[in-house]
Ligand binder design. Structure first.
Ligand code: 5GP
Ligand code: MN
Length: 325
C-alpha cells in the first residue's frame, strides 16, 4: 500500500533524478494553483534545476506580487516552440485540467502529479495525492521539508497564500489542525498574514463590485429555497470591465443564503458552453455531482463545464442536484 510518506519520497526522487522541468497548473489558475506553481519553481531553483512554468489563463493581478509569478507564461496558443520530458502538475484533479499546456508535454513525458482533490484519478507517473489536505500548497510544505533547503520568506509567502485562499481565510471545513500548525510555522518564517489577507481576500476592484452587483441581480431560487443560483453572461463581463479573476467568491452568495443547500454560479462562456461552480452547505456532495458532468473538485466546492444553452444546462444541473438529496 502506498502511504502519503512513500508518495512524498517518490516525489522527492522525481525532483532529483530529472532536469529541465515543466511546471503547470490548472486552467484559470486560482491562489493555490499559482502558489503551488511558484513553490515548486522555488524548490527546483534551490536544487539547481532548470524549469519553465506555464499556465493556460492569466495569473490573477492580486497574485502577481508572489515570487516567480511574473515568470509563469500564459499559454494561449499552440503549437509550442519546444516540448518537455519531465512535467510537474500541481492542483490538477485530472489530466484535462492542464488545458492547452498539454501541448508542451512530450508524448512519453514522465509526470509528477501533486494534488489534493478527492476526484484526482492518479494520472501521473508518480502521484502525491492527499485529499484531506486543504490545499496543494499544504502538500508542498511537506515535500519541501524533505530537502536540505531553508524556506525563505518568498516560498513561505507562496505556501501561506495557497492555504489562505483554499480555506477561504482559514474558515472552511478543510481548515484542519495541520493547516493551522503549518500556517503558524510559515508566520515564523516572516510571512505577513494581515497583508496577505487584505491583498488576497478583502480588497476588491471596481469591476469586481460591478460584476457582483450584476450577478446578484440574476439571483433565482427553487420554490423550496434549497437551491439558489446566479448567472453571468459575456455581455455582463464586458459592461462591468470584469476579468475571470473578478468572479472569485460570487458563488458563495447564493450558497450562504439561510436555508440554501446548494449554491450555483453559471458563467456563460459562449453560445454553447457554460462553466458551472457548485457549493454545498453540507448535505450534498457536489464533487460527485460535478463528476456526473465530467468535472470534479471537493465535497463542498466543485465545478464542471457543460456544452449547451443556459436554459438546458440550468434544468439539467437542478435535476441532478435534486436527485442527489
Ligand atoms: P471553482 O468553482 O471555484 O472554479 O472550483 C471549485 C473546485 O472545483 C476547485 O477545487 C476546482 O479545482 C474544481 N473544479 C472546478 N471546475 C472543474 C472542472 O471542470 N473539472 C474538475 N475536475 N474540477 C473542477
Ligand atoms: Mn487547490
Amino acid at each position: 500500500m502506498h502511504t502519503y510518506e512513500q508518495a512524498l519520497q517518490s516525489g522527492k526522487k522525481f525532483l532529483l533524478e530529472h532536469d529541465d522541468y515543466l511546471v503547470v497548473s490548472h486552467v484559470q489558475p486560482d491562489g493555490d494553483a499559482v502558489s503551488s506553481t511558484v513553490t515548486v519553481g522555488w524548490l527546483l531553483s534551490c536544487l539547481g534545476k532548470t524549469f519553465t512554468m506555464i499556465n493556460e489563463g492569466e495569473i490573477p493581478g492580486r497574485m502577481r506580487f508572489l515570487w516567480g509569478a511574473d515568470d509563469i507564461v500564459n499559454m494561449t496558443e499552440q503549437p509550442p516552440a519546444r516540448k518537455f520530458k519531465a512535467v510537474i502538475c500541481v492542483d490538477c484533479a485530472d489530466f484535462a485540467r492542464v488545458g492547452l499546456t498539454r501541448h508542451y508535454f512530450e508524448e512519453d513525458a514522465v509526470i509528477l502529479n501533486i494534488d489534493h482533490h478527492p476526484t484526482n484519478n492518479a494520472y501521473g507517473t508518480v502521484n502525491i495525492i492527499k485529499s484531506d489536505a486543504a490545499a496543494t500548497a499544504e502538500i508542498l510544505f511537506d515535500l519541501v521539508s524533505l530537502f536540505p533547503v531553508t524556506l525563505n520568506k518568498d516560498a513561505a509567502t507562496a505556501i501561506y497564500t495557497g492555504l489562505l485562499t483554499d480555506t477561504g481565510g482559514f474558515r472552511y471545513a478543510n481548515t484542519s489542525p495541520n493547516v493551522m500548525t503549518t500556517a503558524s510555522k510559515l508566520l515564523e518564517h516572516g510571512v505577513d498574514g494581515p497583508y496577505l489577507a487584505q491583498t488576497l481576500l478583502e480588497q476588491v476592484t471596481l469591476p469586481q463590485v460591478r460584476i457582483l452587483n450584476q450577478a446578484l441581480n440574476s439571483l433565482q431560487m427553487t420554490d423550496d429555497g434549497k437551491i439558489a443560483w446566479v448567472v453571468v453572461t459575456p455581455e455582463d463581463m464586458i459592461t462591468c470591465g470584469a476579468a475571470n479573476e473578478d468572479l472569485e467568491g460570487i458563488v458563495n452568495y447564493p450558497r450562504n443564503i439561510q436555508g440554501v443547500e446548494v449554491g450555483i454560479f453559471f458563467k456563460i462562456i459562449n453560445d454553447s458552453a457554460v462553466k458551472v461552480s457548485l457549493r454545498s452547505a453540507g448535505k450534498v456532495d457536489v464533487a460527485e455531482l460535478a463528476q456526473t458532468f465530467g468535472g470534479g473538485g471537493h465535497v463542498l466546492a466543485a465545478g464542471c463545464r457543460l456544452e449547451g444553452t443556459l436554459e438546458d444546462i440550468v434544468a439539467k444541473v437542478l435535476k441532478q442536484v435534486n436527485a442527489q438529496w
